[in-house]
Ligand binder design. Structure first.
Ligand SMILES: Nc1ncnc2c1ncn2[C@@H]1O[C@H](COP(=O)(O)OP(=O)(O)OP(=O)(O)O)[C@@H](O)[C@H]1O
Length: 235
């Protein structure tokens, strides 16, 4: 479904991704782990077209994503839930949610309304606050809104960047419950998460990143692979 081969990316002269290769199959949850600043976010942003690849290939269902705009990539069915959540402060909760519909311009209005209805049914807290400005939401609610916004589109692959960062433990549970539900619904997910144990409980496989390279990959269910990962990311 997603295949990244020998991806390189730069910020100016800084060579941030130095030959990343990874795969995610249909319906898989794949964890992406590593210390701060090793390039995890840049991998997600390259896939979503927010950061251009210097070289290498990114294919989604066989389609080469090179040179495509973020909007075009989103319309192919790739949804990025960024770390900073990108909730528009001047827009209401519902207006923020409806921005997700821009990714499916050809879809019937009735289907769009159904998707909005389903999102509000799934996130009753957002439904209660639908007319409030996005900025009045708590961090957890903003994260839910960011996830709901990609869910109302036609995304089949979600790229989720540190969804539980800065959230209280109870809300973290809720976010992981949502990710588990998305997995059950058959979505493919590439998940960057500092809370490695929790992420491994929902993931099928994982990759570890060090200085812009993948240095380990393994099965989430394998105690030996988990032990190797924990050894590597331990400070
Ligand atoms: N817009 C940018 N311009 C220049 N350098 C950047 C930019 N964004 C990130 N970097 C640098 O690129 C490197 C990789 O950053 P990236 O955010 O991909 O890492 P990360 O593994 O996701 O880390 P974190 O967990 O801190 O988000 C870091 O050294 C970072 O400082």
């Amino acid at each position: 479904m997603l295949s990244i081969e020998n991806l390189h990316a730069h910020y100016g002269l800084s060579h941030v991704l130095q030959g990343v290769s990874l795969q995610a199959g249909p319906g898989e949850v794949v964890g992406l782990f590593g210390r701060n600043g090793v390039g995890k976010t840049t991998i997600l942003k390259s896939v979503a077209g927010w950061v251009p690849a210097s070289s290498g290939a990114i294919r989604f269902d066989g389609v080469d994503l090179a040179g495509q705009t973020p909007d075009a990539i989103a319309r192919l069915g790739l949804g990025l839930v960024p770390e900073d959540r990108r909730i528009f402060p001047g827009l209401s909760v519902e207006e923020n949610l409806r921005l997700g519909l821009r990714q499916c311009p050809g879809r019937a209005r009735r289907e769009n309304e159904q998707a909005i209805g389903q999102a509000f049914a799934r996130f009753p807290r957002l439904a209660e606050r639908r007319r409030q400005l996005g900025t009045t939401l708590s961090g957890g609610e903003q994260q839910m809104l960011a996830m709901a916004r990609v869910m109302v589109g036609t995304a089949r692959l979600l790229l989720i960047d540190e969804p539980t960062e800065g959230l209280a433990p109870m809300i973290v549970d809720e976010i992981f419950a949502i990710i588990t539900e998305l997995k059950r619904a058959g979505l493919t997910i590439l998940l960057v998460e500092q809370n490695i144990h929790r992420a491994l409980d929902v993931a099928d496989r994982f990759y570890a990143v060090e200085r812009g390279r993948i240095t380990l990959h393994g099965e989430a269910a394998s105690p030996a692979d988990r032990a190797r990962l924990m050894e590597m990311v331990a400070v």
